[in-house]
Design a binder for this molecule. Structure first.
Ligand code: 6R9
Length: 667
């Protein structure tokens, strides 16, 4: 996606509370010092965690890019998130306020409140069963395919307690996508639920899991959380309900946290790209938790009396870091909502803010744009005066959405930022840090890099780009929270991130820096699509399409969408003997949803007879993308048949007129 709005480089806004205010020039000085000694700097942060054994080196950089943070150190994520609070007054503090999706906004609401003590006991009981009944140990991997219920974080913490690795698959993915990820991660146990709820619909997770397991021979057992209570098939040799297997486990059972090495894997989370299978990003324990600890304080400024709400789904990295490990490690009261923010009425989310007196809100541009579209009258029905800080994440935020949110929810006075990071980075790297220093806000900027992070915008040759010139975002120093590798594919890890600009991490984003040194991320430089902030690879869409017997070739690209930022469309060439007809298009839509999951709904399928290709017959997705964006198609010397470009354009324009798809140029 490329940003197609004007960037207000010079517009400065200050929050009402100016306690931590620092002129930007002074921020850069402080930042420079932190980066010059980044290893010592991060070691200072890591020291604030509790370690069983201190590290003997801050960073092992002997085999780049396979960096290891705090080698020799030992700790446990579950201990840091639970035991550390359990042994203090926080035992009786609420850790999670969970609200279920309602059927009726005015009807009784399902709310569960779990204290740190409750969470500690539940996680110990689950860890006990996982170890004693299922034999889960360090070295094993557990798959998690769950709706947004409190058992989700419990399972992650139970796995971490045993030193086992887990891999989460978003509940909007299909059986095929689930199977592919489980096999890649070598998971032997799958934890799922009977079903999840979304906009009043039931997503039958156990049914999908049953199908997935047929294609995942590594999978031995399934544990099912009973959530909705729908009828499900149970294979008694393989499946068991969580409430059955934990029934006789004493309330106060204690499972000693496994002392894991700092550089042991905590989880694998897959991200999609344009080629090849999803990449399993492997995150460590010590570095990852260090970055989360820092960012929870600097970016979210969490205090003991706050109610913090991150509206993401735990199925994506934002939920891993900023619903589970970050907030729990800091002992925060964190809100977790099961359903859609605008269901059953558009004011669902503001009603949650009001009723639970939310202080800190972390949400997405897509959510904000849909709030905006519904109008501020829905917001005015509720008291949002408790909000004292907000951030967004997942995609660039347009200045209009920023201003709307700041006005109507932030009452034009709270700090509000757009935190840039990715699955690979583990946590936030470029953002305002109001908990540490506040520099002026600008509508839509990501702000400067956080302390300890040397981010840069470079040209094609890796040279620092001039201010206000577009370039590529790179991170120049290793940072805690970086991936250990891509699971089972270290070469690919090197190739994708560390080869283009040797010595630096290539993020794959376009960016500019303004004269104040603020970053403005402009969207992906590759063809990764971000639908409502969710990362979707063209690879998955295209490979699903070409599995259909009528499809010969397919190219998926993103088109701009007013609410979701961008949405995928596909251009398809049919096999000989097949002709374009409405039923076939419908079937292809359904086919993709079934193979990739509801997360991958194509907005449109265009049947064409040619696609732009290179002379070596590779589809030039870049050209297709430029055509639908109405941009110049750039260098086409390798293009085999120019008529194909016209054909794509014609197919797109015809439909655009018919249904009014937007096509925009870019800034
Ligand atoms: C956390 C997350 C990563 C990609 C990233 C970039 C985009 C994320 C952004 C942003 C502009 C922000 N992105 N946050 N772009 N401003 N505040 O989203 O991880 O799903 O891996 O996506 O998202 O393009 O490269 P992930």
């Amino acid at each position: 996606m490329s940003v197609n709005w004007t960037l207000p480089f010079d517009e400065k806004i200050l929050p009402e509370d100016k306690r931590n205010l620092l002129p930007i020039g002074d921020y850069h000085k402080v930042h420079k010092t932190s980066v010059a000694n980044y290893q010592q700097f991060w070691a200072g942060v890591a020291q604030e965690l509790e370690w069983y054994k201190p590290w003997n080196r801050i960073l092992d950089d002997s085999n780049p890019p396979f960096y290891k943070w705090f080698p020799g150190g030992e700790l446990n994520a579950s201990q840091l998130c639970l035991d550390r609070h359990y042994n203090t007054w926080r035992r009786n503090k609420i850790a999670i306020i969970w609200e279920g999706e309602p059927v009726d906004n005015d009807g009784p609401r399902k709310v569960r409140k779990l204290t740190y003590g409750d969470l500690y006991h539940e996680v110990n009981r689950i860890a006990h069963v996982l170890r004693e009944t299922y034999g889960i140990r360090k070295g094993d991997t557990i798959g998690l395919y769950l709706p947004m219920i409190p058992e989700f974080p419990m399972m992650m913490l139970a796995a971490a307690r045993l030193g086992a690795c887990f891999t989460v698959i978003f509940s909007g993915f299909s059986a095929d996508s689930l199977a592919e990820r489980l096999v890649d991660a070598d998971a032997k146990l799958l934890i799922t639920a009977d079903a999840g709820l979304r906009r009043g619909n039931m997503i039958k997770l156990k049914e999908i899991a049953d199908k997935a397991v047929e294609n995942a021979p590594c999978m031995e057992k399934i544990i099912v959380v009973k959530h909705v209570g729908n009828d499900i098939a149970m294979n008694h040799d393989r499946d068991a309900f969580l409430h059955d297997i934990t029934r006789n486990v004493p309330h106060n059972v204690y499972v000693e946290p496994e002392k894991v090495a700092s550089e042991d894997p905590l989880y694998i989370l897959h991200t999609s790209g344009t080629t090849g299978r999803p990449k399993g990003q492997v995150h460590d324990v010590g570095g990852y938790l260090t970055l989360l600890h820092a960012t929870m304080r600097w970016v979210f400024d969490v205090k003991d009396n706050d109610v913090y709400w991150c509206t993401a789904d735990i199925g994506w990295v934002t939920g891993h870091s900023y619903i589970v490990f970050g907030p729990l490690m800091e002992g925060v009261t964190s809100l977790m909502y099961e359903g859609a923010l605008d269901y059953p009425e558009p004011d669902r989310w503001v009603s949650i803010i009001e009723r639970h007196r939310v202080n800190i809100l972390y949400t997405s541009p897509t959510a904000i744009r849909s709030f905006m579209r519904n109008g501020e009258d829905w917001v005015k029905k509720h008291d949002t005066s408790t909000i004292r800080l907000m951030h967004s994440v997942g995609e660039p935020i347009n200045p209009e959405a920023f201003r709307w949110m700041l006005r109507h929810v932030g009452h034009d006075k709270v700090p509000f930022g757009s935190t840039w990071w990715m699955t690979e980075t583990g946590g936030i790297l470029v953002s305002h840090t109001p908990g540490l220093y506040m520099v002026p806000m600008k509508p839509g900027t990501n702000g400067p890099a956080i302390p300890g992070i040397d981010a840069d915008v470079v040209d094609d040759h890796g040279q620092t780009q001039k201010p206000l010139e577009r370039g590529y975002l790179v991170i120049r120093n290793p940072w805690p929270g970086m991936p250990l590798t891509i699971h089972k594919d270290p070469e690919r890890y090197k190739d994708v991130y560390w080869t283009r600009f040797p010595g630096s991490f290539y993020a794959g984003d376009y960016a500019v820096r303004d004269n104040d040194g603020y970053f403005w991320m402009l969207g992906r430089a590759d063809e990764v699509i971000k639908v409502a902030g969710h990362r979707l690879g063209t690879y998955e869409l295209e490979s699903a399409l070409i599995q259909h017997p009528a499809v010969a070739e397919a190219a998926a690209v993103a088109v701009p969408d007013e609410v979701k930022g961008e949405v995928p469309v596909a251009f398809v060439i049919l096999r000989a003997g097949h002709t374009s007809r409405p039923e076939l298009e419908k079937e292809l839509h359904q086919w993709v949803r079934e193979r990739v999951g509801p997360v991958a709904s194509l907005k449109q399928i265009f049947i064409v007879s040619k696609l732009p290709k290179t002379r070596s017959a590779k589809i030039m997705r870049r050209v297709v993308h430029a055509v639908v964006l109405g941009q110049p198609i750039g260098d086409v010397t390798t293009l085999e048949d120019e008529a194909s470009v016209e054909e794509v354009r014609r197919a797109y324009m015809e439909l655009k007129q018919e249904i009014g798809v937007q096509s925009q140029g870019s800034a």
